[in-house]
Design a protein around this ligand. Structure first.
Ligand code: LIP
Length: 274
């Protein structure tokens, strides 16, 4: 029997709302924090609790659905993108922000069926911003339709990117090289501390392009659908088709703007893939 996507969306929105209340209630309080891959790649009990709440709540209604979750993957579970309905989840995107009570963290969750994104939700419960998209039905913030800026001029573009959770010398050199090149030719550069929220700014029309090397599928899966439903483009940073598992991402308000950014980017190929 075909999956009822409307029912799916309503069910997960309820879970996201419940999980968002937990994040919002704790954002300005003390957190228990452990380090993952580095002293700046952090995990809190809220990350784990929210991921568990979402996965258990989905499994209760859809026992055959699969998951790719940040914290399960960090704990050693292999991330496998299958044709079966698969939820790609970052329970707290912007964990560093959450640890510092900097109010830019979000739940990022996407549903892919046959590896095609059908549902995207990016929810910042601290600032009450809820970005949503359904395939072919547009992109929304708090229920109001949103669209990319339509900017085509590099010299008028506002970009978002991040420094990442690795200070590996090779990667850091590429990060700084790209920032140094771009800030000399664009309007400005912003880093919210959350890949998903950085990408949502492009869908909202508040930024004109986003790129990042080193992110994971759970950082970008929802933002990919959101930007495309807002009229933008999502690509590999070389201009090829986006590979959700490659840990490389570029999105832009227009293909014309993306084509101007791509030749300026020093490329980086994070290993291993997701
Ligand atoms: C973070 C991303 C950010 C990236 C960090 C980290 P987390 O996600 O939102 O863009 O630069 O390396 O991946 O770890 O806070 O869920």
């Amino acid at each position: 029997m075909a999956l009822n996507l409307d029912e799916c969306y309503d069910h997960v929105m309820g879970l996201v709302d419940e999980a968002g209340k937990i994040i919002a209630a704790r954002n300005y309080g003390e957190k228990s924090v452990v380090e993952k891959s580095s002293n700046i790649d952090l995990l809190t009990e809220t990350d784990q609790q929210v991921e568990r709440l979402l996965m258990d709540g989905i499994t209760a209604k859809y026992p055959d659905h699969k998951f790719i979750g940040e914290e399960e993957t960090s704990a050693g579970k292999q991330a496998v993108l299958e044709n079966a309905p698969t939820w790609i989840i970052d329970p707290v995107d912007g964990t560093m922000n959450f640890v510092h009570s900097f109010p830019h963290s979000c739940i990022s969750i996407a549903l892919l069926v046959n590896k095609v994104a059908e549902i995207a939700i990016i929810h910042n419960p601290v600032l009450n911003q809820t970005f949503t998209a359904r395939r072919g039905k547009g992109a929304f913030m708090n229920g109001k339709q949103i669209r990319v800026s339509g900017e085509t001029r590099l010299e008028h573009a506002l970009a978002t990117t991040e420094f990442g959770t690795s200070r590996d010398e090779e990667k850091t050199a590429v990060v700084l090289e790209n920032i140094g090149k771009l800030i000399r030719v664009i309007h400005g550069m912003r880093s919210l501390g959350s890949a998903a929220l950085n990408i949502a700014m492009v869908a909202l029309g508040g930024a004109d392009f986003n790129y990042e090397f080193g992110i994971h599928a759970w950082d970008i899966a929802a933002g990919d659908l959101l930007v495309r439903e807002a009229g933008g483009v999502c690509l590999d940073p070389t201009g090829g088709p986006l590979d959700l598992m490659s840990r490389r991402f570029l999105c832009a308000s227009t293909q014309e703007l993306a084509d101007k950014v791509i030749p300026l980017l020093t490329q980086y190929y994070p290993q291993p893939r997701d």
